[in-house]
Design a protein around this ligand. Structure first.
Ligand code: GLV
Ligand code: GLV
Length: 324
């Protein structure tokens, strides 16, 4: 008998065909609207495979309804939207899409860093709003990137790719990671620091850790207070790593200079979000991995994981490997 798969959003045809050629596939056909919870709760009951996005919270309550589920394939590298423990208990495989998005996400992280440092969005608006009347010495002046000190918190694949870019800008690169990475230190010339020291010394603090219980509010009032007044905070990982209220206060009170954010604690946000009201915040709608080529690779990789799992193979990027 053919296995059945549910796909929670319209995905590219190339990825979809990999599934429809092998399985009974049902899909939430919309692109801009996430699947309603009631539909997901209904669909999950009988399926063998679930193809989902980071917009779906796959929690224990949902998994309790699943009678045949063998694999949850997340089309993202981060999988904090999935209760992996609850899945593991039920012998359900969980997969993510690492590697293919590393350079694309590092590009975006660096773009956000530069846009924030040099006030690119504000300056562009200034022009479009007809405010440009003359050239003046200190008009729209920002912070230098070249030669500045960069502190990377979370030196994984993406963190290392950001460090490689920073080398080209002659930056002094510090990092903090749960384990020290001597190979990266030798290869990239990065220096390990305790979190406090990194926060005190960095002109740019870039967050690239996974979002877990340990990294929830990793940057809170106390950490922001350690940063220099000229520091720029960049978050292209997950919103919950930063306490947004504390960040808002630090930006308004001039404790730090600016922030560049690709992610928020609760997404999506709208223009009334307090952080979107500040001129020294550059914000993006979670587009770190959003190049055409990379999103296609992620979509195909997530489909491959379903094919592998339902054919009795170990998927290439199995998150809860120790259970199988
Ligand atoms: C996107 O944020 C991802 O985790 O892939
Ligand atoms: C994610 O891919 C990371 O390791 O940074």
């Amino acid at each position: 008998m053919k296995h059945t798969v549910y796909v929670t959003r319209k995905i590219p045809d190339e990825a979809l065909q990999m599934l429809t050629s092998r399985f009974h596939v049902r899909m939430w056909e919309k692109e801009e609207t996430p699947v309603p919870r009631s539909v997901l709760e209904e669909e999950i009951q009988e399926v063998d495979g679930l193809y989902c996005l980071l917009t779906e919270e796959i929690n224990e309550g949902l998994l309790k309804k699943a009678k045949n589920l063998k694999i949850i394939s997340n089309m993202a590298v981060g999988y904090n939207n999935i209760d992996v423990e609850a899945a593991s208990k039920r012998k359900i495989m969980v997969t993510n899409t690492p590697g293919v998005l590393t350079e694309t996400t590092a590009d975006l992280t660096f773009a956000l860093l530069m846009a924030t440092a040099r006030r690119i969005v504000e300056a562009s608006d200034y022009l479009r709003e007809n405010k440009w009347k003359t050239w003046s010495p200190m008009q729209l002046t920002g912070q230098d990137v070249y030669g500045a000190t960069l502190g990377i918190i979370g030196l994984g694949r993406i963190g290392e790719a950001v460090a490689r870019r920073a080398k080209g800008f002659n930056m002094n690169i510090l990092y903090h990671n749960h384990n020290r990475k001597k190979d990266a230190e030798a290869e990239l010339g990065v220096t390990y620091k305790e979190k406090e020291a990194l926060l005190k010394e960095s002109d740019f603090v870039v967050l690239l850790t996974p979002y877990t219980q340990e990294t929830h509010y990793l940057i809170d009032e106390e950490e922001l207070a350690l940063m220099k007044k000229n520091t720029i905070l960049i978050n292209s990982a997950r919103g919950g790593i930063v306490n947004e209220t504390a960040l808002y206060n630090a930006l308004v009170n001039g404790e730090i200079w600016a922030a560049g954010l690709d992610v928020f604690e609760k997404e999506p946000v709208d223009r009334n979000h307090p952080l979107l009201t500040l001129p020294n915040v550059v914000t993006l709608p979670h587009i770190g991995s959003a190049s055409k080529a990379t999103r296609m690779k992620m979509a195909i990789m997530a489909a491959e994981h379903i094919v592998q799992a339902l054919h009795g193979e170990t998927p290439t990027h199995l998150v809860n490997e120790e259970y199988f």
